[in-house]
Design a protein around this ligand. Sequence first.
Ligand SMILES: Cc1cc2nc3c(=O)[nH]c(=O)nc-3n(C[C@H](O)[C@H](O)[C@H](O)COP(=O)(O)OP(=O)(O)OC[C@H]3O[C@@H](n4cnc5c(N)ncnc54)[C@H](O)[C@@H]3O)c2cc1C
Length: 409
Amino acid sequence: MTEFDAPLAGLTTLQVGGPAARLETATTEQELLDLARSTWADGDDWFVLGGGSNVVVADEGFEGSVIRVATRGIAPVMSQVGTVRLRVQAGEPWDDLVAHTVSNGWSGLEALSGIPGSVGAAPIQNIGAYGQEVASSIVSLDFLDHDTGSVRRMQRDELELSYRSSIFKRGLRGVVLSVTFELQDAWGDALTRSDASVALSQPVNYAQLASSLGVSVGDRLPLTEVRRAVLWLRASKGMVLDAADPDSVSAGSFFTNPIVTEHFARTLPSSAPRWQIEPDEPDVVVPLAGDYGNDGMEVALDGDRGAGSAGGAGLAAAATEYHVKLSAAWLIENAGIRRGFSLPGSTAAISGKHTLAIVNTGAGGGGASGLPGGRAADVAELARYVQGRVLAEFGVLLQPEPVFLGHEL
Ligand SMILES: Cc1cc2nc3c(=O)[nH]c(=O)nc-3n(C[C@H](O)[C@H](O)[C@H](O)COP(=O)(O)OP(=O)(O)OC[C@H]3O[C@@H](n4cnc5c(N)ncnc54)[C@H](O)[C@@H]3O)c2cc1C
């Protein structure tokens, strides 16, 4: 289906932004292939849209073609005893897939319950929550490559999945057509399939989740209980889409948890939470003591994801150092920004339930156009304000998690 001057705000969870010059929706894999190839042949700017839960559309809209992925289907494929493999179409809603696996007694995705969006987008930023990442369950995916126009099956190792990143975030352009997952058949051979409550989860790997379930980290519980607890915890933070919860009119976490050198982390207050990680793709860090002018800006790590660029010597030094992940929420709160904070006259605010989410408080207000209210410019202004406060206080430049369409932060 092709629409022109098509409103996009209602196709995103943040509900801001103007129209797309052209919007095309594909409901079958063949349609998706045909649509993408013909769009690319036209030479227009293009964007792939799934559930719109990780995108901030500019108020001016997008002067190009949006390819909307609305394909459906979950199909079992060959697997070994004790495991199940599913090939899932990219447009399948993510949480429908999780619910399907839990009700069948298949473990591996249960802690990712309640994340909005589509299956095809899950590998793009390697979605993760409550101690699970989709990277652990993906076997391969089918990808229509923009550069070659052909479909290739990419194995997990080729996807460069890491914290909120992948080869797609690093520049590989195209369309994810389907994803193949491998899950554990948690029923076990001896069990009958009549009672879903006996199928066990993967070990619970997140302290807050374990505590809300009244168990220890590493324990396994019925899949259904883990899913219920995750959905409850997420709802308490406004992280489940709910028409009755204005704090869920968001793009989820607005900033990623920064990854910095251990050396830099020592300059932060000892109360700042930190977790040691394997060397990964680091974020930009500007030491507090530095001069923030161009010449004085000492970027400790990889400079290509944000302002400034690192000298070769700096990069070489950083490569041998351990990295730690910081809590973006802690940095924001301790830079003095509270839940519910808003700039004067703005239609954007920090969520009343979680400092990491920016919500559109104008949603549902209706404008002359009949589109939902709220301005992308307000969201961007608040995001820049948060970045500025955290940078000034701690010397860390927070990086946005959502994708900006038609504008930049
Ligand atoms: C309330 C809320 C809670 C959230 N909680 C979490 C969380 O706990 N953990 C987490 O990781 N994320 C979370 N998110 C972010 C978001 O849900 C995920 O990133 C999700 O995977 C995005 O899926 P989508 O289909 O909505 O992608 P979109 O927003 O439509 O697109 C996001 C990006 O993926 C690309 N893309 C989408 N589909 C395809 C495709 N088929 N092929 C190629 N590229 C594609 C788009 O071009 C874009 O770059 C949350 C969001 C919200 C609103």
